[in-house]
Structure formats: structure tokens, C-alpha cells
Design a protein around this ligand. Structure first.
Ligand SMILES: Nc1nc2c(ncn2[C@@H]2O[C@H](COP(=O)(O)OP(=O)(O)OP(=O)(O)O)[C@@H](O)[C@H]2O)c(=O)[nH]1
Length: 186
């Protein structure tokens, strides 16, 4: 059994999809305190900060798993979770017809080891259909998602090329975690 220290439904879905037994608890960490404009550093520091907060709150008797995800545009702009529908429209419009990277960092700590991994999945999207985008905005499914993006949903039909795991893009590179989670089961 491991503890997913995250409020993310997407991360819980991914662990379930891979048949990993877990309990889910939320963790409070203010990502606004992170001062960097480098996306890979941002997610690493956020994931590390969440782990430190989880250790303080839950102890370390159970293996703790934390993660953070952002989108980086081709220009290096960090796109986080949209603040509102207007922000979602702005952020998603930046991704339309563009190349982006979804970067996820995980921290997985047990009594025996600390595993960390920062991975990216790179997408080239076709231009989003305006009416389709408006319908997606109306659906509010973009809420709580880095860049308002759903690679398995709204964005899927626009994918012209992809390089990397879909799980990384959804917020948790489970394939990279699996060997370490298996170790814990021994
Ligand atoms: N379903 C889906 N979720 C995505 C996608 N891209 C990013 N996400 C989610 O976007 C969220 C990024 O915000 P984070 O700050 O990393 O995590 P959170 O949801 O706030 O949850 P915490 O771990 O409690 O901080 C995560 O829940 C990711 O799982 C995607 O393409 N599909």
C-alpha cells in the first residue's frame, strides 16, 4: 500500500489503471512560493515541497508519492492550472497549432529509498476548432488541469505528433514508477 499525497483525480485514475493499491490524501503546498521560470525546475521543487509537507502531516510509515505537472510552451512559458474560463481560453489558445511539453515530476519516498523522476511528453497540436474549444470551455473539464489540457480528451483529436508517455502528460509517469512500487511490495 502506498499513499498518493495528491487531490488529483487524474493521478488516482492512473494508479488504478495500473492496478496499484493506494490510499489518497491531500497535501497543502503553496506553489506560488516557487521562484523559477524554468518549467522542469518548477515541477521538481513543487513535487519536493509537496513531499516535505506530506511527511510532516502523515509521517513516513507508509510510502509517500507526490507529483506536480505544468505545460511549457515552445517559448518556455509555464502554463499552470487556469484561474477561470477566460484564463483557460488564453492558455488553450497558446497551445492551438503549437508544440508544447507537459512536464511531470514525482517524488516517491519509502523507509529504504527516495525515487525522483522528472519527465516530459511533447505534443504538436493542430489548430483547435473554435466551436470545439468553446464547447470544451463550457464543459469546465479544463478545471484543475495543467494548461487546461486533456490529452486523453479534448486535445486527443488534435495530436499531430507525440513523444513520451501519455501518463506523464496526465500527471504521473507510472511506467517509470512501477519498478519502485514493485520493490515496495516485496
Ligand atoms: N486528465 C488529465 N489531467 C491532466 C492532464 N494534464 C495535467 N493534468 C492534471 O493537472 C493537474 C496539474 O496540477 P498539479 O498542481 O500538478 O496537481 P493538483 O491537481 O493540484 O493536485 P495536487 O497533487 O494535490 O497538487 C494534475 O491533477 C494533473 O493530473 C491531462 O492531459 N489530462
Amino acid at each position: 500500500m502506498i499513499c498518493l499525497c495528491s487531490a488529483s483525480e487524474s493521478r488516482a485514475y492512473l494508479l488504478e489503471k495500473f492496478g496499484i493499491e493506494f490510499e489518497q490524501k491531500s497535501v497543502d503546498f503553496n506553489e506560488d512560493q516557487i521562484v523559477t521560470d524554468v518549467a522542469k525546475d518548477f515541477v521538481y521543487l513543487a513535487s519536493k515541497g509537496k513531499l516535505q509537507a506530506a511527511e510532516k502531516r502523515y509521517g513516513s510509515d507508509i510510502p509517500l508519492l507526490t507529483a506536480d505537472s505544468v505545460i511549457a510552451t515552445a517559448e518556455g512559458e509555464i502554463l499552470r492550472k487556469p484561474k477561470n474560463r477566460e484564463d483557460a481560453r488564453r492558455i488553450l489558445s497558446l497551445q492551438s497549432g503549437s508544440c508544447i511539453s507537459i512536464i511531470s515530476s514525482v517524488h516517491f519516498k519509502t523507509k529504504a529509498f527516495l525515487f525522483t523522476n522528472t519527465s516530459a511528453t511533447h505534443y504538436h497540436f493542430a489548430k483547435f476548432d473554435v466551436d470545439d474549444l468553446e464547447a470544451y470551455l463550457e464543459s469546465e473539464l479544463w478545471q484543475g488541469k495543467a494548461g487546461g489540457c486533456m490529452v486523453e480528451g479534448f486535445c486527443k483529436k488534435y495530436i499531430k505528433s507525440v513523444d513520451g508517455y501519455e501518463s506523464t502528460a496526465m500527471g504521473l509517469q507510472v511506467e517509470a514508477l512501477l519498478p519502485w512500487i514493485e520493490w515496495v511490495k516485496q
